[in-house]
Design a protein around this ligand. Structure first.
Ligand SMILES: NC(=O)c1ccc[n+]([C@@H]2O[C@H](COP(=O)([O-])OP(=O)(O)OC[C@H]3O[C@@H](n4cnc5c(N)ncnc54)[C@H](O)[C@@H]3O)[C@@H](O)[C@H]2O)c1
Length: 326
């Protein structure tokens, strides 16, 4: 079905308070930001047969994203979950762009997955709102920023929603769907059905700082960092206790390195400011590590040290004596 024939139906979703899902009419997806999350989101949509426009301000980021997607498809081929032909078909569904306007000319859904920064996201959403077709749903993959606040900078608050994928996107089943204060029911229902079409499990929550996932996860990570800061236990002990004692697949400090300590710090600040409660204050050790550029996997060192090509988990020398000293 062409986009022009879809528009009247999707238009109805914009103007009427209805419960209908328009997921079956969504064919063209534009993803803004080709980093860790953006490339994973493009991978999954392209594999499921959607036409994907991947946009980033950096050509280098787009090149890296295409290489990552190709490598991740190779992993699936090695596990025999897809064929070489499936990979070629999926890659042919992805086009890359460095200009916003061009990338969303035919979009039915835009998913913003750019850097976690409120001012940047507001600027991007104003631009998306100006260029995306009237019927297009605008979503964000933000980890913590208010959907309502982002939507207030558009002329279509009812069509703005949070679509929070988990990392790594091709592997993780959950999509946390966040309703802004003014999100239309039909927008929510469309995104629920669309998520199911990707083989994901959608869970709908309301727009409060950190939503559910990061409101619960990040204070746990912050508490692990405070425990390390106070010398209660070392990196290995903290992570081992949570892995073996609570059956977590990885310890909170390793997970913080994986998420990126800058992202963890930014989410804790959103919780702290949003709730105005001291219990969400980011650990000083976390703030220091971020300011010094020790961001975890992406910078090569956080609580652990990462050597390219090595899968061994090595505690950073800074925490090597097992007890962190002031
Ligand atoms: N990393 C995670 O584990 C994770 C998990 C869930 C959600 N998120 C959220 O997803 C979003 C992206 O995170 P990420 O880890 O992929 O970040 P990233 O740093 O890996 O990638 C961000 C990309 O955005 C691009 N970008 C910056 N400004 C842009 C603009 N104006 N237009 C287009 N592209 C632009 C950058 O060039 C970069 O390629 C954030 O909101 C983050 O909170 C991250």
């Amino acid at each position: 079905m062409s986009t022009t024939t879809l528009e009247p139906k999707l238009e109805k979703a914009m103007t009427t308070e209805n419960n209908e899902s328009y997921a079956q009419n969504i064919k063209n997806i534009t993803v803004i930001g080709a980093g860790t999350m953006g490339n994973g989101i493009c991978h999954v949509f392209a594999q499921c047969g959607y036409k994907v426009c991947m946009m980033d301000v950096s050509q280098d980021a787009l090149n890296k994203a295409m290489a990552t997607i190709s490598k991740n498809f190779d992993r699936q081929i090695a596990k025999q979950s897809i064929s070489e032909a499936d990979k070629e078909k999926a890659l042919a569904n992805i086009a890359t762009y460095t200009t916003m306007q061009e990338s969303m000319a035919n979009a039915d859904l835009v998913i913003e997955a750019a850097t976690e920064n409120i001012d940047l996201k507001i600027k991007i959403f104003k631009e998306i709102d100006a260029h995306a077709p009237e019927h297009c749903i605008l979503s964000t993959n933000t980890s913590s920023i208010s959907i309502t606040r982002i939507s207030s900078h558009t002329r279509r608050m009812g069509k703005v929603i949070g679509m929070h994928f988990m990392n790594p996107v091709p592997v993780m089943k959950l999509v946390e769907i966040i309703n802004g204060y003014a999100t239309d029911k039909s927008t929510t229902n469309t995104i629920i059905e669309l998520s199911k079409s990707l083989g994901k499990v959608p869970c709908v929550v309301n727009d409060y700082p950190g939503f559910i996932s990061n409101r619960i996860l990040l204070p746990m990570i912050n508490e692990a960092i405070l425990s390390l800061q106070e010398g209660v236990a070392g990196v290995e002990e903290i992570d081992t206790i949570m892995k073996l004692g609570m059956a977590h697949p990885m310890g909170p400090l390793q997970l913080a390195d994986f998420i990126g300590l800058d992202t963890c710090y930014s989410i804790m600040n959103v919780l702290h400011m949003g709730f105005g409660n001291q219990k969400y204050a980011p650990a000083t050790l976390l703030a220091n590590m971020v300011q010094a550029g020790f961001l975890g996997v992406k910078s090569g060192e956080g609580f652990y040290k990462y050597t390219p090509g090595s899968k061994e988990l090595v505690v950073s020398e800074r925490f090597g004596n097992k007890k962190w000293q002031h």
